[in-house]
Design a protein around this ligand. Structure first.
Ligand code: PMP
Length: 420
């Protein structure tokens, strides 16, 4: 009798027949070389920044230096709110550090219920479901809502999580040109009338900071019998009378079927969610794989989120100051001659468009050396092959900080030759 565990039996008698191992890591050689070339040029790696100390929503120590944070999406500055921090500490003391499980099993604690209730009240809706991140909220909602024989229709500049939600599901995927209402109409007109369709939009597009013409788009979607999901990740807290987002600002409550959002920006922690008034919304919990097959958020995270969301309902002064900051920065950069992602300060993201990677890296480095951190973005994450320095404002930025940032942009822009 042969020993089936003898590995020698599994090998071919002739070693020449052993297939050579293909190194799956070799596909990253180009990326490794590109990064090395960047580091060899003496710049800081823009994708490996470490916050050595965080002093406030707008200041951190980076490479031993006090730095103004202007690229964190911490729009409402809730990360250091004393009530938010206390709620997290209390939850740690009372419920421990983690849940160890899925929401479907042992992972629903008091504060998961509490944060979903806070969301229902914030949005004035009957249904709210919390996911572990905003990425997973899009992944889960899109892949679960539309299936085989149905259609998902998305803007070409959609966030990666929207694209990945489409890939994860089995629906047919149709793209339309960014923010182009006519193109959306044309493409919807070619689809079978009887098929289920979901149009996915974003209130604010995070690369250039432009907003969607949601009113026109939702009207077109409804004309073609589609349901609509709007990702309001970059608008929560400061668009619309109640801070619900661009859809509220454009008077579309009751017309957008699903709103996806995140806790990682205005709320100031981590997590994602979807809210809806659909009477069968709760069924999502029974079918959605990115909701079911992962552990729920730690109790301290959901407790901080619940407190933050409740405070955002009354954050009118913060909202006003955030918009004032956006106007000052946009106006200042425009006056200096920088090319910006939007004509007007449409959102709290202001993107400076640069010609190429070299210019972008030099500007970014000069800003960091001067004491301000912004996001650098490049293709393929950016639209139309652009290199961007993206600034996101915070309600807690002081007028002096914005003036300082403007001075640093002027100095860096002149040093690199972007402006005269
Ligand atoms: N949607 C949009 C439009 C985003 O910009 C982001 C994050 N940048 C997400 C979803 C994902 O959010 P999270 O960070 O919570 O995963």
């Amino acid at each position: 009798m042969t020993d089936s565990l003898n590995t020698a039996d599994a090998l071919p008698a002739n070693p020449a027949e052993v297939a050579p191992e293909r190194d799956l890591m070799s596909k990253f050689d180009g990326l490794i070389a590109e990064r090395q070339a960047l580091l060899d040029s003496g710049v800081t790696d823009p994708f490996a920044i470490v916050m050595e100390q965080v002093k406030s929503p707008t200041e951190a120590v980076i490479k031993g230096k006090d730095t103004i944070l202007l690229g964190t999406y911490n729009y409402m500055g809730m990360t250091f709110d004393p009530d938010v921090i206390q709620a997290g500490k209390d939850a740690l003391d009372t419920f421990g550090s983690g849940t160890n499980g899925s929401r479907m099993l042992n992972g629903t604690f008091r504060d998961h219920m509490e944060v979903e209730q806070a969301l229902r009240e914030f949005y004035g809706v009957s249904g709210a479901i919390v996911f572990s991140t905003g990425y997973m909220a899009n992944l889960g909602m899109i892949s679960t809502l539309v299936g085989k024989g149905e259609y998902v229709i998305l803007d070409a500049d959609s966030h990666a999580s929207i694209y990945d939600g489409c890939k994860q599901g089995n629906a047919e995927i149709v793209r339309f040109r960014h923010n182009d209402v006519e193109d959306l109409d044309k493409r919807l007109g070619r689809l079978p009338k009887e098929a289920g369709k979901l149009v996915v939009l974003e209130g604010v597009y995070s690369m250039l900071g432009d907003i969607a013409p949601l009113k026109e788009m939702v009207a077109v979607a409804k004309k073609h019998g589609c349901m609509v999901l709007s990702d309001e990740a970059h608008s929560m807290g400061f668009f619309g009378p109640n801070g619900r987002g661009v859809y509220e600002d454009q008077g579309l409550e009751g017309q957008v079927d699903f709103v996806v959002g995140t806790f990682s920006k205005s709320v100031g922690t981590v997590g994602g969610f979807c809210i809806s008034d659909h009477p069968k919304f709760e069924a999502i919990r029974l079918a959605c794989r990115p909701y079911i097959f992962t552990a729920s958020l730690p109790p301290s995270v959901v407790a901080t989120a619940a407190t933050s969301i409740r405070k955002l309902m009354h954050a009118h002064n913060k909202r006003a100051h955030l918009w004032e900051n956006a106007r000052t920065l946009h106006g200042g950069l425009k006056a200096m001659g920088f090319r910006l992602g939007t004509e007007a300060p449409d959102s709290a993201i202001i993107a400076v468009i640069l010609e190429d990677q070299e210019q972008a890296v030099m500007m970014w480095q000069a800003l960091l050396d001067g004491g301000v951190y912004v996001n650098m973005a490049r293709p393929p994450a950016t639209p139309a092959g652009t290199y961007l320095l993206r600034c996101s404002l915070c309600a807690e930025h002081s007028t002096e900080q914005i003036e300082r940032v403007l001075g640093l942009f002027r100095a860096a822009g002149q040093a690199v030759g972007v402006i005269g």
